[in-house]
Design a protein around this ligand. Structure first.
Ligand SMILES: Nc1ncnc2c1ncn2[C@@H]1O[C@H](COP(=O)(O)OP(=O)(O)OP(=O)(O)O)[C@@H](O)[C@H]1O
Ligand SMILES: [Mg+2]
Length: 503
C-alpha cells in the first residue's frame, strides 16, 4: 500500500532516518517501534508529507509519489492523527472535523451536509460520538476519535498515529484498538507507533523495528515476543523485572511531605476533597487513579502552583502551604511535571539552558553576576550522557529533541540536584523500555538513599513495580490506601472505578 524506499533524512548534526526501506500492506495494522530518538516520528512525518526526505522515495500502491505537503498527502489518501490534538475546544465535533478541509470560499460550507457525513462516518466505523458536542466537553479518548474522524473525513486510506495510546487510560486503549480493528476490517491501512510492547503485540499484524535511524527488521506479530522486540530495539537484552532493593530507613525522621485535609475548589466544583497523606523518608508513595480525577490539581498544590482552599501542606516539617514554587525547590523538592511542554521545558531554548531552569541562581553556576559557562556545560554534558539524552549537541533547541529525549532531560535536571523529596507525575510516559528501566532504577535508588518519592501514575504496572504504599484517588478524594503487599492490578482497578461511582 505504502512503501519507503531508501528514505534518508538529515538534521544538523545527525541522521534521523538512514536509508529506511519498509513496506506496509493494504489493510494491515503495522506498528513501528524503537528507542527514543530512533527516528519513528520523523519517518511518519515524511510519509504524511510534513517533511521532505533528503533521499529516497515513497511509493503509494506501487507508484512513486512526491508529497508536496500534508494537504497533498491527504488528497492521496494519507492522513496523520496528531499526538498533540489540534482541536478548537469551543467548536463542535462537526465544526472541528470539517475545519480546514474545505478550500477557500467553500469554507462557508454546508454544515448540515457536513454534520450528516460526520454522523455517517462515525456510524460506519463505530466511533461512538455526538457530532454536535462541543469538543471542550469530550474526554481525551473522545477527542482522539475526533482526530481520527477528521482524517477519515478527508478520505484517508492510510492512517498514521504517533503514540496514540500515550494519552489514554487502559479502557480507552481498548476502545481505540476496537476502532482500529474496525478500520482494518473495512480495508483501511493503519500505521502506528507505541512504546508499549504488550499493546503492539495485541493489535499489530506486523511490526517494524528501528534503531538509531535504521530498520532492524520487520516481523509478523505472531512471531514476535516482548523480549525479542526489546532486544532488536536496544541491541542488547532488556530486563523486565527489576529487583526492588529493601526500603531505606523508613522509620527514621518524620514525614518529608504531609498533606492534611487539602481541599481545592474550582468554581462550585470540588476538585480535591480533604486529601490527607504523608510521604516518609525511604518510601515511594504512589497515587493510582484514572486520569482527570484530581491528580493534576494535587501536583499543583504540592508544588506551589496553586494554593489550597482549605488544609495544610508540610514540607520537611515546616508549614509550606503558602510557599512559592522556588521556595519549595530550595527546600529540596524536585518535580517531574506531567505536561513537559507547558511546565517543564522552554522549547525554543537550548538543552543547556533548559538543564539549568529553576536553579540558574545557584551559587555553583555563577561567579558574582556572571555565569560560569564551562562549569555549567561540563555538568550538563555529564547529566545528558548519564541519562542517555540523544542529541547532537548541547546548543540545539529542546524542541528538536524527540519526545522521549525531552522527558529524559527533565528527569536528569530534577534528579541531579540532590533533592530530599521527588514529586514524579507520569515520569516514564513516552519513554522506551530501556529508559523506563533506567528511570525506575533511579527512583528506587533515591528511595534506598532515604529520599521520599510521591509517584503519580496512570500506569498500574509502574505503580506495582515501585510503590511501598498506594493511595487510590477518584473524583478528587483518596478513596483508599493500601500497602504494596495488599495491592494487585484488579484490586486497584476496582477501587479506582468504585470510588468514582460512589459520589
Ligand atoms: N525538527 C528537528 N530538528 C532537528 N532534529 C530533529 C528534528 N526532529 C527530530 N530530530 C532529531 O531526529 C532524531 C529522531 O527523532 P524522532 O522524533 O523521529 O524520534 P522518535 O523515534 O520519534 O523518538 P521518541 O520515541 O522519543 O518520540 C532525534 O535525534 C531528534 O533529536
Ligand atoms: Mg516520536
Amino acid at each position: 500500500m505504502i512503501e519507503a524506499v531508501g528514505i534518508t533524512k538529515r538534521f544538523p548534526g545527525l541522521i534521523a532516518n538512514d536509508r529506511i526501506s519498509f513496506a506496509v500492506r493494504p489493510g494491515e495494522i503495522h506498528a513501528i517501534v524503537g528507542e527514543n530518538g530512533a527516528g519513528k516520528s520523523t519517518l511518519m512525518k515524511i510519509l504524511a508529507g510534513l517533511y521532505e526526505p533528503d533521499e529516497g522515495e515513497i511509493r503509494l500502491r506501487g507508484q512513486p509519489v512526491r508529497l508536496r505537503g500534508p494537504r497533498h498527502a491527504a488528497q492521496l489518501g494519507i492522513g496523520m492523527v496528531h499526538q498533540h490534538f489540534m482541536l478548537i475546544p469551543r467548536f463542535t465535533v462537526t465544526e472541528n472535523v470539517v475545519l480546514g478541509s474545505e478550500p477557500g470560499s467553500a469554507a462557508r460550507l454546508d454544515l448540515v451536509a457536513a454534520r450528516a457525513r460526520v454522523r455517517e462516518l462515525a456510524q460506519r466505523y463505530h466511533l461512538d460520538i455526538d457530532p454536535d458536542a462541543p469538543v471542550a466537553r469530550l474526554s481525551v479518548g473522545q477527542q482522539q476519535r475526533v482526530e481520527i474522524l477528521k482524517v477519515l473525513y478527508r478520505g484517508a486510506e492510510v492512517l498514521i498515529l504517533d503514540e496514540p495510546t500515550a494519552v489514554l487510560v487502559p479502557q480507552e486503549v481498548e476502545e481505540l484498538f476496537h476502532h482500529l480493528r474496525e478500520l482494518r476490517k473495512q480495508g483501511k491501512t493503519v500505521l502506528f507507533i507505541s512504546h508499549k510492547l504488550d499493546e503492539v503485540l495485541a493489535i499489530a499484524d506486523r511490526i517494524t523495528v528501528l534503531r538509531r535511524g535504521r530498520v532492524v527488521g520487520t516481523l509478523e506479530a505472531r512471531e514476535a515476543t516482548k523480549p525479542r522486540l526489546a532486544e532488536m530495539m536496544v541491541g542488547r537484552p532488556v530486563l523486565f523485572d527489576l529487583e526492588k532493593p529493601p526500603a531505606g530507613d523508613a522509620a527514621e525522621g518524620g514525614p518529608l511531605l504531609e498533606l492534611a485535609d487539602v481541599t481545592c475548589r474550582e468554581g462550585t466544583r470540588t476538585v480535591l476533597e480533604r486529601v490527607s497523606l504523608s510521604v516518609r523518608p525511604g518510601e515511594i508513595y504512589a497515587i493510582a487513579g484514572v486520569e482527570g480525577n484530581g491528580q493534576a490539581e494535587l501536583v499543583q498544590v504540592i508544588t506551589g502552583l496553586r494554593v489550597p482552599d482549605e488544609g495544610h501542606i508540610r514540607l520537611l516539617g515546616a508549614d509550606a502551604t503558602r510557599w512559592s514554587v522556588e521556595r519549595r525547590r530550595a527546600a529540596g523538592m524536585a518535580v517531574i511535571h506531567e505536561d513537559r511542554h507547558r511546565q517543564a521545558l522552554v522549547l525554543p531554548m537550548s538543552i543547556w539552558e533548559n538543564a539549568l531552569l529553576g536553579r540558574h541562581r545557584h551559587r555553583r553556576w555563577r561567579r558574582g553576576p556572571f555565569f560560569r559557562p564551562a562549569t555549567i556545560r561540563s555538568h550538563v554534558a555529564r547529566e545528558v550522557a548519564r541519562y542517555d539524552v540523544r542529541t547532537p549537541s548541547l546548543d540545539v533547541p529542546v524542541a528538536s529533541l524527540s519526545g522521549g529525549n525531552q522527558q529524559k532531560l527533565v528527569l536528569a535536571r530534577e534528579l541531579s540536584q540532590a533533592p530530599r523529596i521527588i514529586v514524579a507525575a507520569q515520569p516514564t510516559r513516552g519513554l522506551d523500555v530501556g529508559a523506563i528501566e533506567f528511570v525506575w532504577g533511579q527512583l528506587l535508588e533515591a528511595r534506598a538513599r532515604g529520599l521520599g518519592v510521591l509517584l503519580i501514575s496512570a500506569d498500574l504496572e509502574e505503580i506495582l513495580a515501585l510503590a511501598d504504599r498506594i493511595g487510590v484517588i477518584a473524583r478528587g478524594r483518596l478513596v483508599g490506601e493500601l500497602a504494596r503487599s495488599e495491592a494487585t492490578a484488579e484490586v486497584l482497578g476496582r477501587m479506582m472505578l468504585a470510588g468514582g461511582e460512589a459520589s
